[in-house]
Ligand binder design. Structure first.
Ligand SMILES: Cc1cc2nc3c(=O)[nH]c(=O)nc-3n(C[C@H](O)[C@H](O)[C@H](O)COP(=O)(O)OP(=O)(O)OC[C@H]3O[C@@H](n4cnc5c(N)ncnc54)[C@H](O)[C@@H]3O)c2cc1C
Length: 474
């Protein structure tokens, strides 16, 4: 197999690279290698009936396959440089925003039309937040919703499948740098810049494929593999942060004044006690709480649907505290993993606790959860989060819940549910230049796998960007 461009991973980063290359260079041969399945075959076995919790499938359908981790997500495309990644540090603020708008337009053209674009511009909540020691971050948010997000992906695939070779169920084992001798044996004819000259060979279970350009977009689920690739190819990396916290679930009416106007409000609070920053993350009005499996560790997340028939009475969002270790211990993700493992050990998966029980220093049990006025949307094990989360993190979360109660009364009610743990792992940051190119010419790393992006919009924008760079080279 010989390609002009090989893309590893068919998440938003890989998809948008492939899509943009197909548009700009219709004559090029592009191969996409993906560990998971095509979109229609992605199916999480948890049905809430026979299978109630994660059974640790070989390839997690929530995280892998066409659409990547974003396929069953809430499809919130945040158009901002304030959060979602640091792509702007490589390509500039203006370019990053421009590409996020470009991606938004592609989504609209592929089934996302009619969805709402929310914005913090001019909102009165900024002042109300500041008056209560909270800070509302600036953003425009396109909310596709899980169902429309799926349709957009389906339409993008339909448009690409006859022009691009998609190899599903094909995890790439390694990436090899080819030397002149290994390519066609004719070292005199070897030209670094010629598209005919393969420079990379990707190896998978039953073969290999060569290409002149290689774009790696392995996302969060490919984090361990990405570390190996960087070690093997001597690509410098540095440790990234980890975000640890809980998912809050409460009656949707408590937050409706915020979610109706802004949909997703990113609010930051500085704790009185430790001056740590606690922030809201991934708000799902009328949504559901779900589990997530990353490398066998079960954590919690949230979804919501655009379809009115699938809306629930509850809103959920995460409250997270960032931790970044550098010296002498630098494994921030390892720290987060240990906390998640502890929660898995005590709860057999995700733990749920009433805020009132946490405040009283007692565990929640099935009877207390059954009597709760908030009906949990995820079946989790009633327990005690104070046995899992470090005191400093837990204190920060409790402080923030009380601060949020001032702008959204009811947040600190006894029956507010807290699910734990929610951990946002970030890939180690790969050393990349302003083109998102590694120290090896023609090898690019994009999306969440690069540690540079942490969101659908930034990952997609990074994909378009590299496609632009590559096609302008030839
Ligand atoms: C439940 C959930 C909800 C989310 N909701 C939102 C949201 O509303 N808004 C938002 O901005 N972000 C959201 N996110 C985050 C968002 O999905 C990611 O930021 C985004 O998908 C990153 O895109 P990516 O292409 O970089 O990586 P991914 O989407 O992770 O895709 C990487 C792909 O590479 C494949 N892969 C990995 N290693 C290999 C290998 N060795 N060989 C071949 N293939 C490989 C994986 O199978 C995967 O399909 C959510 C995430 C989850 C899990």
């Amino acid at each position: 197999m010989k390609y002009d461009v090989i893309i590893v991973g068919a998440g938003p980063g890989g998809i948008f690279s492939a899509y943009e290359l197909m548009k700009r260079r219709p004559g090029w041969k592009i191969g996409v290698f993906e560990s998971g399945t095509e979109l229609e075959k992605r199916h999480c076995p948890i049905d809430g009936d026979k299978i109630k919790s994660c059974i640790g499938c070989k390839s997690c359908s929530i995280m892998s396959g066409f659409g990547g981790a974003g396929a069953f997500s809430d499809g919130k495309y945040n158009i901002t440089n304030d959060f979602g990644g640091t792509l702007y540090t490589h390509i500039g603020r203006k370019k990053a925003l421009e590409l996020m708008h470009y991606v938004d337009q592609i989504n609209l053209d592929h089934g996302g039309e009619g969805t709402k674009l929310y914005s913090t511009a001019g909102t009165a909540f900024k002042k109300i937040c500041i008056q209560n020691k909270l800070r509302l971050l600036d953003a425009s948010v396109r909310h596709l919703g899980t169902d429309k997000n799926y349709i957009v992906l389906k339409n993008l695939y339909a448009e690409m499948k006859d022009h691009i070779d998609f190899h599903f169920n094909t995890p790439v084992d390694s990436i090899e740098l080819l030397s002149r001798e290994e390519t066609d044996g004719d070292s005199a004819a070897f030209s670094e810049s010629s598209l005919d000259t393969p420079r990379y060979r990707v190896h998978f279970a039953d073969g290999s494929a060569d290409a002149h350009y290689c774009i790696v977009s392995a996302g969060r689920s490919g984090s361990k593999w990405m570390e190996k690739v960087c070690r093997d190819l001597q690509i410098p990396t540095k440790s990234n942060r980890v975000d640890i916290g809980v998912r809050v679930e409460l009656p949707a009416v408590v937050f409706s004044h915020l979610t109706d106007e802004l949909y997703e409000s990113k609010i930051v609070y500085r704790t009185e006690k430790f001056e740590d920053s606690v922030r809201t993350f991934c708000m799902n009005p009328n949504g559901i709480v779900v589990t997530e499996n990353t490398n066998g560790i079960v954590t919690v997340n949230g979804h919501s649907f655009e379809d009115p028939s699938r809306k629930t009475e509850n809103t959920n969002f995460a409250l997270l505290v960032s931790k970044h270790f550098s010296e002498p211990f630098k494994d921030s993700n390892g720290y987060g993993e240990s906390i998640a493992r502890l929660s898995n050990m005590l709860g057999g998966g995700v733990i749920v606790q009433r805020f009132g029980d946490l405040a009283r220093g007692r565990r929640s049990n099935p009877a207390r959860i059954a009597e709760c006025t908030v009906q949990p949307t995820l079946q989790a094990t009633p327990g005690d989060l104070s046995l899992v989360l470090p005191k400093r993190i837990l204190d920060g979360i409790i402080e923030m819940i009380n601060a949020l109660d001032k702008i959204a009364p009811g947040t600190a009610n006894n029956d507010t549910l807290l699910y734990g743990v929610e951990v946002k792992f970030y890939n180690m940051e790969v050393s990349l230049d302003e083109n998102l190119e590694t120290n090896h010419p023609g090898l690019y790393v994009i999306g969440d796998g690069s540690g540079v992006t942490h969101s659908l919009s930034h990952a997609s924008a990074s994909g378009v960007y590299v496609a632009e760079v590559i096609s302008s080279e030839q």
